[in-house]
Design a protein around this ligand. Structure first.
Ligand SMILES: Cc1ncc(COP(=O)(O)O)c(C=O)c1O
Length: 375
């Protein structure tokens, strides 16, 4: 087979066909000279609230800020506990610490990589009196919201959704980011809907909460130069909103391409004994495959082999959050959250982005099979 280059992500290929539309949208913002919030941000908020099945959406500066603002708006701060999965991007826990609260790390369900509701219940008993749980929909697949919601209701916890990787995903036909009290989105360039820098958004169904979030992102101000509480500066730039508005009409088409690519992998790798393919959860009605993640033996060697053959891959994530150096003081030890620790040793994300061709995927699978000697 002739060598080719298959990067993990190819933003140039994604943007090239719609570059004129993006350029025109950027030009319109420059011509308007309205760079902060304004009409473009308001239009995007309306459009994405509807897309996520939520009543309100509030743009902010990043997905990390969305998580922080969600916690502050819910009154969570010093002395509070928030339950988070130990296997996720750092921001999920970092936002809790930044808000002054303590993250309590919960193990994941090994089949879905998402929060294990039974273990959540166990951790609540060990470290009680928490205020909230953050359910992350990792890689674009839904966490078990009914099971998590039931445990949360039993213990009086608010549920926040970290949907940074899962725009358009569904849980039992319900759009993610509309199920918890607040949903958090990221528009980091690698996301399924990414902007040209940092950007984020919050979703909510409660008018009062939405209003508080709107105030918190502009220093707690509801009325110009009057501050009812202390907030932060976390606004979405109009330029980023314009880029997102230009890209949003293509999101479903891109998601379908990701799903098609995932199905191709599954068909081509099913019989490789050393590889475990992503498993579909019983409640999963729309996985949006921000990442296609396999578990594999000799993971680091496979990654190096693929890199040598021009294939990009990545480890999301190599260190579980309970073992991060910054959380040493919380007293967790290795072996305590085994499913998260095992995932960190085994996961590898393969290219799944929408600009890939069937031949690209066949090439990746061919190189992988070659590594395991199953060509
Ligand atoms: C699960 C998860 N949560 C939060 C974030 C933070 O988003 P941002 O990078 O926009 O701050 C990310 C982004 O990488 C993420 O993947």
């Amino acid at each position: 087979m002739t060598a080719r280059r298959v990067p993990l992500l190819d933003l140039a290929a994604l943007h090239a066909p719609i570059q004129r539309e993006i350029d025109a949208a950027i030009r319109a913002v420059v011509d308007s000279q309205q760079f902060i919030l304004g009409e473009a941000v308001a239009r995007l908020e309306k459009q994405l609230a509807a897309y996520c099945g939520a009543v309100y959406a509030i743009g902010c500066a990043s997905g990390s800020d969305a998580l922080y603002l969600a916690l502050v708006a819910l009154g969570i701060g010093a002395g509070d506990r928030v339950y988070v999965p130990a296997f996720t991007f750092f921001a999920t826990a970092g936002a809790v610490t930044q808000a002054g609260a303590e993250p309590v790390f919960v193990d994941i369900d090994e089949a879905t990589f998402n929060l294990d509701a039974a273990h959540l219940d166990k951790m609540i008993r060990e470290k009680p009196d928490g205020k909230a749980v953050i359910a992350v929909h990792l890689y674009g697949g839904a966490a078990d919201m009914d099971a998590i919601g039931a445990v949360a209701a039993r213990h009086g916890l608010v549920v926040i959704e970290d949907g940074a990787q899962s725009i358009g995903g569904e849980y039992n036909d319900r759009r993610l980011l509309s199920i918890g009290r607040i949903g958090c989105l990221s528009f980091f360039p690698t996301k399924n809907l990414g902007c040209f820098g940092d950007g984020g958004m919050l979703t909510a169904n409660d008018a009062e909460l939405a209003e508080r979030l709107r105030a918190l992102r502009v220093h707690g101000s509801r009325e110009r130069y009057r501050h009812d509480e202390v907030g932060v500066n976390s606004r979405l730039d109009a330029l980023q909103a314009a880029v997102l508005l230009a890209k949003a009409p293509y999101l479903d088409e891109w998601t379908q391409a990701r799903q098609r690519n995932a199905a191709l992998y599954t068909g081509l790798l099913e019989d490789v004994a050393e590889v475990e393919l992503p498993r579909a959860a019983a409640y999963q009605t729309r996985h949006v495959f921000n990442q296609y993640v396999i578990r594999c033996q000799r993971r680091d060697e496979l990654k190096a082999h693929l890199a040598g053959q021009g294939v990009g891959s990545e480890i999301y994530y190599p260190i579980p959050l309970h073992l991060q150096p910054c959380y040493e003081g919380l007293g967790y030890r290795e072996g305590q959250l085994p499913a998260s620790e095992q995932a960190c040793r085994e996961v590898l994300a393969l290219p799944v982005h929408s600009a890939l061709t069937g031949a690209d995927i066949e090439y990746v699978c061919g190189r992988l099979r070659e590594f395991y000697g199953t060509v």
